[in-house]
Design a protein around this ligand. Sequence first.
Ligand SMILES: Nc1ncnc2c1ncn2[C@@H]1O[C@H](COP(=O)(O)OP(=O)(O)O)[C@@H](O)[C@H]1O
Ligand SMILES: [Mg+2]
Length: 463
Amino acid sequence: MSIGVESIPGARRLIKSLRDMGYEFESAVADLIDNSIAARANTVRINSHWAGADSYVSIADNGVGMSPQELREALRFGAERDYDDDDLGKFGLGLKTASLSQCRKLIVASRQNESRADINAYCWDMAHIEATNKWEILPVRSADMPEQVRLHLKETTGTVVIWQQLDRILGYNNPDGEPARKRLIEMCRKLEEHVAMVFHRFLENKVRGKRLAIYIQDDKVTPWDPFVANEPKRKALEPLSLRVDGHYGRSDVVFEPYVLPAQSMFSSPEAHKRASGPNQWNRQQGFYIYRADRLIQSGGWSGIRTIDEHLKLARIAVFFSPKLDEEFKINVPKMKVAFPAEIRADVEKAVKTWTKVADETYRTANKNAGAASPAPAPLPAAPVAAKGSWKLPTSPAPSPATSGALGNPGYSNANVPVPPTNGAGVTSEELARVGRLLKRVAKPDELPVIDAAVARAQSTLEA
Ligand SMILES: Nc1ncnc2c1ncn2[C@@H]1O[C@H](COP(=O)(O)OP(=O)(O)O)[C@@H](O)[C@H]1O
Ligand SMILES: [Mg+2]
């Protein structure tokens, strides 16, 4: 056998691309919470502190912490350790890639010793890598230890992650400006919604041996249950279990379908509003896919069908084990999965049954509401690309770039009327522009739908 020649990646360039794996602020923090849960923490505290260019975000847990050696390994891209069957870790990348997707300087400090507050800390600093082109972490001397690290780890074992130089959060140009401050506040608000949803099963104490409380700016996060277990009119349909022969062994994928009550059947208007979820009713329909009890995907039909106003009461919990990671094609930011090919046909069939009940529940409630009072105009029944109605895929929060351009930042559930066709008021270029805007905010499985809808609308223009 010939002798290999080691070919070490260029640190300066590779680390820059690793910053762009697709994390957003919320998903990046969620990845760190995964680490805290894996380290058996029962409390995670997230704080952001605004101070212009010196602003920081800290994520502190009371888990088992790391020895100096474990800490150095943890900071290595592609860190190695053994994973349990229900482990939330996976690639050995999250701590670094999630953090550096948001900041230029990452400090990780940890205390493992229960009886003595020995704290070890290292940092990844983009400036150092740019200057040296080396995969080097820097030890943090105790004199330079951030105060909040010392305060937290004085009381408990655990780990504190600090993000400094928040270039991605504050924007590059004016980190001291008012817009940057507002952006940080808004991101923390969205973060609360996100973690309340992603970790709701842990926060509700439904995961054996993994009780968890999360605090954001010292406020305890209240779990958000997509399936409104406390609503008496909620319907739980027959669960379904599908066996998958995975690369790492056999495992069942469990489906628990629910039909939520229609608006008029909720116990209170507030309960109905809260059940709407971070992305609003329409977009929250569909699958809620959990890997080891942690939510990966919240809503959407994974390409099996399109979002439809009539099906907004349908929400289906799907549970899979990390054993089936290969088959579910989980990605690094843990934001995307796909159903294994071998169960897809069965899922499609079951979805038809479940959505039928949801559809009937919605229509019956609408009819009854109509009988009681003059009905509001019924919402169009057609799926996204159907003739005669044109629905915008919704967005969790339109980015500043798109909201202004669309002129309607609150469009998340809008049933947008068909653009005037046959040249009446909309040009082919305008349509193409809207298509591009939509694609910027769409989830991957919505992209073909947008393309199809725009193409159809284009063809009516040209006709
Ligand atoms: N909060 C934490 N407490 C204890 N250990 C941690 C913590 N965060 C990360 N680690 C250690 O660092 C390793 C690397 O973390 P990460 O880069 O997120 O990859 P992964 O979680 O996929 O293993 C983890 O496997 C774990 O051993
Ligand atoms: Mg991790």
